[in-house]
Design a protein around this ligand. Sequence first.
Ligand code: NAP
Length: 332
Amino acid sequence: MTTNRKVVLAARPEGLPTLDCFSTDEEQLGEPAEGQALVEVQHISIDAWISTTLGTRDGHHGSIPLGSTIPALGVGRVISSAAPELAAGDEVFGPMGSQSHLLAPAAMFQKLDVSQIPARSHLGVLGLTTGMTAYVGMITVGGLRETDTVVVSAAAGATGSVACEIARIAGAQVIGIAGGPDKVRYLEDELGIAAGIDYKNDDIGARLDELAPDGVNLFFDNVGGTILDTVLSRIAPQARVVICGAISQYGHMDDISGPKLYLRLAERNATMRGFTVDYWSEAHEPAREDLTRWLGEGKFHIREHVVEGIERFPEALLMLFSGHIGKLMVAP
Ligand code: NAP
């Protein structure tokens, strides 16, 4: 028998989740039945979408029942397998959930080649909800050009960091918006973008006027709310505004503050387009190829923040709203 420790939904959040919405349970797992594999989870991806599944609202990612394991993507190692496609020792990616182990159909897992790239990079730079999202938003949907002045919000988070790096690699002028001086230093000194704006202490509009006097060509927005309006009022003619997410609104999804300055789109012949990374499946292979090549060439500098212990999963999830730097993961 293998002991699985898992984090479950104990109470629905009112607004943003709090620590008392979660509890940690234990269960015993047996040996895999035919077609199943037993997997030890090694890294869990902490993603903003997880928080949208905890309420009653049936959003894009659905609403999970009370008492169920919090959903999450992750990577792990196969302990034992009763399926021909997986063997003990294989490293796999899949919908692991917030737990230390799982017994599930082998078809749920994707076997990883870890000879060149560590498994956890499949959550970060190569991760569907991080690097692939940044690539699809910047390149496929946003049509990134070398001559662009690009703005990224939540720039020091996971998706934002890779979005900044992709735009920098393309040769664009990149401005990142994030909360606090440490994040501005990270953006400028570690990610090497042109400038960071500290939305908690700076006047974002005045800083954008200085840094982008001809306007913003491409805005990759992760935050929504007032930051979206501030940038909308400074878009260049034919700008592209890409709605990746709106984390400032996730605590009150039934009462979202929409953009007030959307008429700038008409005045400047601009577009605003949202996307979900899973919809753009035909872009995934080219994205994976480019991201893998740039990773091999040492072009990414995104930090990884690994929180140790499955019981700290709720604390890690809450960090998405209080601020952290780079790609956040839990090692159970
Ligand atoms: P993340 O960026 O690693 O973490 C979220 C960041 O958002 C935090 O570090 C925090 O940084 C910032 N933030 C939180 N509350 C804020 C607020 N009220 N105002 C301004 N900034 C705030 O998380 P992630 O998982 O990579 O997700 C980033 C965004 O991408 C989310 O909006 C998510 O929904 C979206 N996303 C979309 C897709 C898609 O398919 N479209 C896929 C994956 C993710 P500060 O300290 O700087 O505030």
